[in-house]
Write a protein that binds this ligand. Structure first.
Ligand code: SF4
Length: 140
């Protein structure tokens, strides 16, 4: 749900920092986040958040945030397109798979991901890369 007042808009959503799923309200002013607070309507958190959920959003607007892929060329990281980056990942992964087999790969999935994303990660590891080396912090 979303409410709008002039250029200020508040949207209810779910915090994605961990798998708890606390409800949060994000307030945006002229396209920039100015506040994140607990959503009292959330059946999970009833308006509460941890410090990360309410305070750790500043990076979103950081000037230092990486917004495009980088590829190291001649020892220097250079801006690249997504197609270039994905082609490079594919060629290197293929080289390792053919040279060393699936066990050359490992994957550590995340409790910040949904069950569906974690399912896709293990399928990709097993079916595409041929590795059972997959784990996640959400099993603890
Ligand atoms: S507010 Fe804290 S506990 Fe709640 S989902 Fe976000 S990171 Fe997890």
């Amino acid at each position: 749900m979303s409410t709008t007042l002039a250029n200020i808009q508040t949207t209810s959503t779910v915090c994605s920092f961990c798998g708890t799923g606390c409800g949060i309200e994000i307030t945006v002013d002229h396209g920039k986040i100015v506040k994140v607070a607990g959503d009292k309507k959330s059946p999970v958190s009833h308006g509460e958040t941890c410090v990360k959920g309410s305070q750790a959003w500043a990076y979103i607007q950081s000037q230092d945030r990486l917004t495009h892929p980088l590829i190291r060329r001649n020892g220097e990281l250079q801006k690249a397109s997504w197609d270039e980056a994905l082609d490079l990942i594919q060629s290197v992964a293929w080289r390792y798979k053919t040279g060393f087999g699936g066990d050359a790969f490992g994957c550590f999935s995340s409790s910040r991901s949904t069950n569906e994303l974690n399912f896709v990660a293990q399928k990709f590891m097993r079916q595409v890369l041929g590795s059972n080396n997959i784990d996640s912090c959400n099993r603890t």
